[in-house]
Design a protein around this ligand. Sequence first.
Ligand code: ADP
Ligand code: MG
Length: 630
Amino acid sequence: MSETQVETKQFQAETRKVLDIVINSLYTERDIFVRELVSNAADALEKFRHQSLIEKVEFDAHVPLEITIDCDDKKHTLTIADTGIGMTKDELETNLGTIAHSGSSHFFEQLAEAAKKDVNLIGQFGVGFYSVFMAAKTVKVQTRSWNGGDGWEWASDGGGTYTVSPCAGLHRGTKIIIELKDDAQTYGSKFTIERIIQQYSTFVPFPVKVEGKTVNTVQAIWTRSKNEISEEEYNEFYKFIGTAADEPLYRLHFSADAPLAINALVYVPKENFEVLGMGRMQPGVNLYCQKVLIDQHSENILPEWLRFLKGVVDSEDLPLNISRQSLQDNALVGKLRRVLTKRVIKFLGEEAGRDSAKYLEFWKTFGIFIKEGVTSDFEHRTDLAKLLRFESSASEPGAMISLDEYVGRMREGQDKIYYINGPSRVAVEYGPYVEMFKKRGVEIFYTLEPIDDFVLNHLGEYDGKKLVSADRADLSLPESTETTPETETKESGAPLDAGQIKTLCQWMKEALGERVQEVKVSSRLVDSPAMIVNVDGYMTSSMERVLKASGQAETFGMGSKKDMEINAASPLIKQLASLHENDAAFAQDVVEQLYDNAMIQAGLMVDPMAMVRRNYRILERVTGGSGPAV
Ligand code: ADP
Ligand code: MG
């Protein structure tokens, strides 16, 4: 081969960063790189096996599917070869020169963090190959694609560049030749390699041969019967399939013959990697047919909101030669997906019943996905609703209850399920919206996440009962029963008569102008003088807040339809009735302040500057006695 055929290329900037992190911050658990390379080899074999079912393979068709590892203790090299799908020149440069989900700077921070915390996590980032440089002085990747095109050699020392050059005499597949660093010579010993394979790669579904001897037992654990599988095997398989370091939170292994033949083994991890800032997860369940991998990280076999699951689904009913592209519209796959989704939802419900504390742990980590399901998966919405958990006025702080629990203790005469959103339990409990609920002993959910109102709004009703936000205008709570006697509101001074109230409301409406649609007397305020309610049945203040924050408020054309309800028994309101006759300018300030306060309690935005100026005028008046306000 002539020198001119060697092309020297720069790694993509992101790749250089990853290399830097991998080489400089990973000192412990170097063993991981062997697992990553073996897993890439297994992936390549799976891809080839599937490809050969779709298309007739002419080139090297007879070459057996396996991984061979050779060690040289004297030359200090390690070679890992597979007879998988191989790579063309383009693939080689894309796969080993760039990073697929080319990350944000956040990605690198997270990677560096994860690397420090637990090297095992590196596989989750889709940059496993580069871990080879933890142990390698130089790496050569010799590869030839299954289509029989030319062979190529990629070589690098993990610095800024790599070379690509033609490589003759290769069979199908990929061979990775590692020249070991001086302090990594242990990987030249077959004992080390055997130990690592047994530790991490026992479930690789192809023979792994170290120095000619097969060191793993090829098995599809999910097709075996439950009582033959030990807890340890289950956990090991989870670590293998989920590239996880710890044990799973839940495990579901089930088989069915009707309506479809299914073997499924899925796990719920302990951690939600999306909140760890790694962006959207790819689905974690692989689709097999008769133990042949059809679709890795399948987007088709489960709905998107179940992307946090890890595991395997195998169905003999699928045609073996089905292509990945046609999975999406395949009716059988659709059916499979429905059966699986229902089964997973049922399973989670059962787990909640079995151990509610553990379920709460699940809920805190993965509840966001269940909520996503409620808003996006119409078919399973009702079943999913059973899995929802929220705090409520009747729950202990921090504890959460289900819609079923709520419905089970609804008061006589109550036909709706109530909720109110707020930034915290304390904020909600001090707010005006729950006053009458407390007084009448009606339970109310506290939805403390911004997304919650969208979720409950999508759900609409549960068990035949409407879900209603307590900041709605047309709310009528069940009357008090004798067991919860209505205490008299503390009165000070004579109550306003109907005429006075009417005049006051009219005047307040005029004073507030476009800001409110109407000012009305409230039937449900106890202590607070006023509150803002939403006239549009489907919009809550919390939803408005979220839409405003995301700049979408205009699209939804809201922000105008609000009423202010006032508490006619409140001393402030009573005094306001006479104030507006004696001192109109000051009364105007007070009404506006009342409105702003109510908006703040609704969690909605007010103009802070205008409010502060007005507030000073009021303070001045209060501290200065009874002189007219400026
Ligand atoms: P990931 O495996 O998560 O995609 P890696 O960094 O381990 O990330 O590998 C990057 C890519 O390089 C793989 O997706 C694959 O396309 C390619 N690759 C790596 N090793 C092999 C191999 N032995 N045979 C074929 N392709 C490979
Ligand atoms: Mg990999």
